[in-house]
Write a protein that binds this ligand. Sequence first.
Ligand SMILES: Cc1ncc(C[n+]2csc(CCOP(=O)(O)OP(=O)(O)O)c2C)c(N)n1
Ligand code: SF4
Ligand SMILES: [Mg+2]
Length: 282
Amino acid sequence: MHLPSEYRSQMSSVIYCKRCGNHVIMGAMQKAFAQQDIDPESLVIVAGIGCASRVPFYINAYGVHTLHGRPLPVAIGIKTANRNLKVVVVTGDGDAYGIGGGHVPHATRKNIDLVFVVVDNSVYGMTGGQTSPTTRQGHQTSTTIYGTILEPVSPVFRSLADKVSFVARGTVEHSAQLIDLLQQALAHPGFAMVHVLSRCPTHDKLHYFDENAARVRDIPPDHDRTSLPAALNLCLDPDHLYTGVFHQVLKPTYNDRADMILAKAKAQKGITTVEDLVEQYV
Ligand SMILES: Cc1ncc(C[n+]2csc(CCOP(=O)(O)OP(=O)(O)O)c2C)c(N)n1
Ligand code: SF4
Ligand SMILES: [Mg+2]
């Protein structure tokens, strides 16, 4: 059995500002890893660029700090190369849905077995609080001083539309629930998206979550998480901002399907060894 402290890296100084949501997220991840008894030797944290994406520096596990918006393709490569690894992507709202937005639907439709933690503080925190894809319409940011014009992207809605096999939302204000959601995501065999409503107190004084705290509700216990229409209804409810597991179904992962195709090809071509395969091309 592992302890949460075993997942703390040797890096002495954490760059996060006071009250930053990333402190809560890191603590929740360490507790979830411990409760799922994940060996740090078999854990890989993959991140892009941004404040949220610095998490791999502070977790005692293998860590890959990739390019801005590129954690998903790197994570897919890692999981495909070594299926024994537990792969967790930590990304920001800008990293995931701005520069990295093109990668998301291709990763989700593969149902690759990894956890995708989207830390949504609704701004580009690291670079000074610019508007991000999830900034709500009318919100003031450092680049939209009269309010953001565009409608925001909804990470939960997009995931449901892409039929992601596990979709959940938590917040940094409800750490016990967040630990539970991360544990469920880690245990899920397939692509598991956890949208975390976070905060950037340095650059976003009027945070969406604070303004909407009264609308936050736990998903009702009788919600049928296997029903996509029921999940969409909860997500689109104008009066409530739901937290919990919206959707979960079991379906073959990318690696499962690759194995099936490989078995079929081997059977049809009579290939049983690597030598048989090479023989076909010489
Ligand atoms: C190719 C490229 N473009 C732009 C940047 C500058 N940049 C660094 S972090 C960032 C935004 C990160 O926002 P988000 O993903 O929401 O993370 P947060 O800092 O809010 O946690 C940007 C634009 C970069 N590092 N690389
Ligand atoms: S700038 Fe914002 S997101 Fe970045 S560490 Fe500070 S509070 Fe956190
Ligand atoms: Mg952000």
